[in-house]
Design a binder for this molecule. Structure first.
Ligand SMILES: NC(=O)c1ccc[n+]([C@@H]2O[C@H](COP(=O)([O-])OP(=O)(O)OC[C@H]3O[C@@H](n4cnc5c(N)ncnc54)[C@H](OP(=O)(O)O)[C@@H]3O)[C@@H](O)[C@H]2O)c1
Length: 250
């Protein structure tokens, strides 16, 4: 058996950039074999894998579009078969936001947002839990958003998707707790990534005024909490929604 086969498997959707990249690196440093998912940023995902392996960790590319249930089922079936083990950890991090006022919300933008942010996480969870249930172990971690808890003008579709993830996860926690599978939600606040880099200075200052801790977080702040939920140190925690938001929503 190879070294990587002995390590528990962790799939990080959207592992190519931002928060997903930090999560991939942290889980690899904690001893997981990380499946770094991407949809279009293959080169960036490859760099994440190279950074991990260069520092003694283990990882591989795992490209698929989370919004395609067929692609999700095929990919998870393929990797778990190849490694002869179920996923130990699934991090549903892939996400997009298409901002705009409700009156101008196009059907196609609503569909895209729900397809990736909500249905994508549901497809991946459904596919991952088949093996987790048989193993009677597994940790599913959803990366939702503080916007799913508090709402935000101009982000109605995104907040609907991210709030949906919370109800979904609570149901999964109730359904699968007796099979040893845990499911929790992290709701990040304002994290410095490509998703937030296009905000104007005025928007950033407005956000900062409402953050009691007074600073923008780094992707690693989210990754550290993912690592805790992925580990047995959190073995009695399921169905919870944990804000990593500097106090933005209390
Ligand atoms: N940044 C924040 O302040 C913040 C706050 C709260 C919540 N979040 C949430 O945290 C998560 C990560 O955000 P981020 O800021 O790191 O975003 P980001 O830098 O824009 O990265 C998004 C990631 O999602 C992947 N992705 C998008 N569509 C996909 C698809 N259909 N299938 C597979 N992967 C897909 C992207 O991969 P490709 O490039 O390959 O498409 C990329 O790796 C998101 O769910 C976001 O909603 C972020």
């Amino acid at each position: 058996m190879s070294e990587t086969a002995k390590k528990p498997l962790a799939l990080v959707t959207g592992g190519s950039r931002g928060i997903g990249k930090a999560i991939s690196k942290k889980l690899a440093a904690d001893g997981f074999h990380v499946l770094v998912n991407f949809a279009s940023s293959e080169e960036k995902a490859r760099q994440v894998v190279e950074e991990i392996t260069a520092t003694g960790g283990s990882a591989e590319l795992c490209g698929f579009n989370v919004a395609s249930s067929t692609a999700v089922d095929e990919a998870i079936e393929r990797v778990t078969k190849a490694h002869g083990a179920p996923l130990a950890v699934l991090v549903n991090n892939a996400g997009i936001t298409i901002d705009g006022l409700l009156m101008r919300l196009k059907d196609e933008d609503l569909d895209k947002t729900l397809d990736v942010d909500l249905k994508g996480a549901i497809y991946c969870t459904r596919a991952a839990t088949r093996g987790m249930m048989r193993a009677r172990a597994g940790s599913i971690i959803q990366i939702s958003s503080v916007i799913g808890e508090m709402g935000n003008a101009g982000q109605s579709a995104y907040s609907a998707a991210k709030a949906g993830l919370i109800g979904f996860t609570k149901s999964v926690a109730k359904e699968l707790g007796s099979r040893g599978v845990r499911a929790n939600v992290i709701t990040p606040g304002f994290i410095a990534t490509e998703m937030t880099q296009d905000l104007t200075e005025a928007q950033k200052e407005g956000m900062l005024r409402n953050i009691p801790l007074g600073f923008v977080a780094e992707p690693e702040d989210v990754a550290n909490f993912v690592a805790f939920l992925a580990s047995s140190a959190s073995r009695y925690i399921t169905g919870q929604v944990i804000g990593v938001n500097g106090g933005l929503y209390i």
